[in-house]
Design a protein around this ligand. Structure first.
Ligand code: MCA
Length: 510
C-alpha cells in the first residue's frame, strides 16, 4: 500500500488517535490534531487547490516556516497527483526566483512576513498563477483561507508509482541547482524500508525538531511517524533545553537529529539530569557523527546513537541496526531493498571489501532523475542504473559500510549541504575579489565552517565584514562564509586548478 493510502487508512481506523502535536511559540499557535482531523484538513486543502485549478503534475511551491498548514499543503498536493516543492525559508529572493522559475510553479505559498519582497518577483514568473501569504503566527488564517465547504468527491491518491510526488532541489559542483524528482513509488519504498529497519510502532511518540523542507525532517521523520500511525510532536525550532525537557516529560520514544543538534544537547551543563531511558531509538544523520558525540551520548544519556546514511535523491540507504551492533564511525548496513556497491571511481569496477571507492546505490527508493535536466540525470546514473553518490567509502568484511570523505566539492555544516561553487560565483561578483576558493574548515559545533579564501584584485582592498555582507545579500544565511581569509596566492595543480585539500591544510585552524 502507498504511503498516502496508509495515511487514509489510519484516519478511518484510528480517527481519534493524536497525529500531530504542534507546540507553537505561544498558546495561540499550539495545535494538536488527530488522524481524523488531519484527513479533514487535507481534504479541505485538496478542495482549495482544486478550486484554484491545480492539475496533476503542477508544481506547488511551499516556502513556509514549520507549521501545520505546510503539512496539509504538502500532503494535499501529493494526493492530487501534483508535485510538492518544499523550499527553505532562508532562501533570499534571488535563489527563490530561480527555484520557482525553473520548476515553473503554478501556485506558491509563502510567509506573510516576506510579502513585500516576494510581490516584486511575481511579474518575472509568468507561470505562477497565484501566491498565497500565510501567517504562521495565526493558524486560524489558513483555516479561513481554505474554508469549510462540504467534502466534494475527491480523487484517490495516484496509483502510478512512477509519478513525481515531490521535488527537492540539490546543488552540484557545476551548473545550476537541480530538482530531484521523488516519485510516489520512491516515497513508499523509502518509508517501508525504514518502518521495518527501525521498528516503527503505532505507540511511538517522535519529537520532531528538524526543518520540514528537507528529506530528513520531511520524508524520514514526519512521513515515518504518519505512516506508522504514531504521534509526532513538532517544535517549530530547535531549542536544546526545551528538547531535553520534552524528550523527558512528554514522554517521547523516538528522536531524530543531526550531529550539531546532538552536540548542542550534550553541551547543556546539567544534561545528565534528564531521564531519557524511556526513549527506544535516537538516530543521527545528514552529516558524519563525530566519535566524541557518539561516546558522549552513551555516557550522558545511556543511549547508543544509531547513525544512518541518506541523500535527498534516495532518502535513506544504510543504517546501523536497531538490534545488534551500532558501530561508531560506521553508517551500518544496507536497508531492505537497497543495493549498495563500492567502485573504483575511474573504472567503476566493484572493489573488494576494505578498499575505498565511490559508493553507488540502486533500488526502488532512488529518485527518477532531475527535473528537465536529462544530461544531469544521465551523468548521475551508470548504464545499469546505479546512482553515483560522490561519497567515498568502504565495505567491511562483515557488511558494515564506513564513509571516508567525498569526491565532490561539498561542505556540510550543521546538516546542510553547501556547494562551494555557488558561493564562489557570488564572491566573483564582488569588485575587489580577483579569485576565491571556498572550503570547509573543521568546526566542533557545525562539523564544517564555510571559509572563503580570497585573492584581492591588485589595487583593491576589502575587509572580511564587507565580503560577508556582500554574500548575505545573495545567499541563504547558512551558506554565508563564517570566516574570510585573504591570501596572496593559491596552491595550484599542474592544470592550474586550486588544490583545496592543500589549501585546507594551510589555512584551517580548528
Ligand atoms: C543555522 N545557521 C547555520 C546553520 N543553521 N549556519 C551554518 N550551518 C547551519 N546548519 C546560522 C543561521 O543562518 C544564523 O546565522 C545562525 O546560525 C543562528 O540560526 P539558528 O536557526 O538560530 O540556528 P540553530 O537553531 O542553532 O540551527 C542549528 C540547527 C539547524 C538546528 C543544527 O542548522 C538545523 O536544523 N539543521 C538540520 C538541517 C537538516 O535537517 N538537514 C537535513 C538535510 P546568522 O545569525 O548569521 O543569520 S537532508 C540530508 O542531509 C540527507 C537526506 C540526510 O541524510 O538526512
Amino acid at each position: 500500500m502507498s504511503f498516502l493510502d496508509t495515511l487514509i487508512q489510519h484516519s478511518t481506523q484510528q480517527p481519534q488517535k493524536l497525529a500531530l502535536d504542534f507546540l507553537g511559540e505561544s498558546a495561540e499557535t499550539n495545535q494538536a490534531i488527530t488522524y481524523g482531523e488531519l484527513e479533514t484538513a487535507v481534504q479541505r486543502t485538496m478542495q482549495f487547490l482544486l478550486a484554484h485549478g491545480v492539475q496533476p503534475g503542477d508544481r506547488i511551491g511551499l516556502q513556509l516556516p514549520k507549521c501545520l498548514p505546510f503539512i496539509y499543503l504538502h500532503l494535499a498536493t501529493m494526493r492530487l497527483g501534483a508535485i510538492s516543492l518544499p523550499l527553505n525559508p532562508a532562501y533570499p529572493l534571488r535563489e527563490l526566483a530561480y527555484f520557482l522559475g525553473d520548476a515553473e510553479a503554478s501556485l506558491f505559498f509563502a510567509s506573510a512576513e516576506h510579502q513585500r519582497e516576494i510581490e516584486t518577483l511575481h511579474p518575472e514568473l509568468p507561470n505562477l498563477r497565484h501566491i498565497f501569504y500565510l501567517d504562521a503566527h495565526h493558524p486560524s488564517q489558513f483555516a479561513e483561507l481554505i474554508g469549510e465547504s462540504a467534502p466534494a468527491i475527491l480523487p484517490a491518491p495516484p496509483t502510478d508509482t512512477d509519478q513525481t510526488a515531490m521535488m527537492v532541489y540539490t546543488s552540484g559542483t557545476t551548473g545550476r541547482p537541480k530538482g530531484a524528482e521523488i516519485t510516489h513509488g520512491n516515497l513508499t519504498a523509502q518509508i517501508e524500508a525504514l518502518h521495518e529497519a527501525w521498528g516503527w510502532r503505532e505507540d511511538d511518540v517522535l519529537l520532531h525538531v528538524l526543518p520540514l523542507f528537507h528529506v530528513h525532517g520531511l520524508t524520514v521523520a514526519l512521513h515515518g511517524a504518519l505512516n506508522a500511525g504514531a504521534t509526532a510532536v513538532l517544535l517549530p525550532k530547535f531549542h536544546p533545553e526545551e528538547t531535553l525537557e520534552l524528550l523527558e516529560k512528554y514522554p517521547c520514544t523516538l528522536f531524530m537529529a543531526v550531529p550539531t543538534i546532538h552536540r548542542k544537547l550534550l553541551e547543556i551543563s546539567h544534561a545528565a539530569n534528564y531521564d531519557l531511558s524511556h526513549l527506544r531509538l535516537i538516530t543521527s544523520g545528514s552529516d558524519r557523527l563525530p566519535d566524541d558525540v557518539f561516546i558522549g551520548f552513551e555516557r550522558t544519556f545511556g543511549h547508543t546513537l544509531l547513525e544512518r546514511y541518506g541523500m535527498s535523491e534516495t532518502g535513506m540507504n544504510l543504517s546501523n541496526p536497531l538490534h545488534g551492533e551500532r558501530r561508531m564511525g560506521s553508517v551500518g548496513l544496507p536497508l531492505p531493498g537497497v543495493e549498495v556497491r563500492v567502485v573504483n571511481p575511474e573504472t567503476e569496477h566493484p572493489l573488494p571489501d576494505n578498499e575505498i571507492g565511490e559508493v553507488q546505490i540502486r533500488g526502488a527508493h532512488v529518485c527518477k532523475g532531475y527535473w528537465r535536466q536529462p544530461e544531469k540525470t544521465a551523468s548521475a546514473f551508470t548504464a545499469e542504473g546505479w546512482l553515483r553518490t560522490g561519497d567515498l567509502g568502504l565495505r567491511e568484511s562483515d557488511g558494515y559500510y564506513t564513509l571516508k570523505g567525498r569526491s565532490k566539492d561539498l561542505i556540510i555544516s550543521g546538516g546542510y549541504n553547501i556547494y562551494p561553487p555557488e558561493v564562489e560565483l557570488v564572491l566573483a561578483e564582488h569588485p575587489s575579489v580577483f579569485a576565491s576558493a571556498v572550503i570547509g574548515c573543521p568546526d566542533a559545533t557545525w562539523g564544517e565552517r564555510v571559509t572563503a579564501v580570497i585573492i584581492l584584485r591588485e589595487g583593491y582592498s576589502s575587509t572580511a565584514e564587507d565580503i560577508i555582507e556582500h554574500c548575505r545579500a545573495a545567499l541563504a544565511s547558512y551558506k554565508v562564509p563564517r570566516q574570510v581569509i585573504f591570501v596572496p596566492e593559491f596552491p595550484l595543480n599542474v592544470l592550474g586548478k586550486v588544490q583545496k585539500v592543500v589549501l585546507r591544510q594551510q589555512v584551517c585552524h580548528s
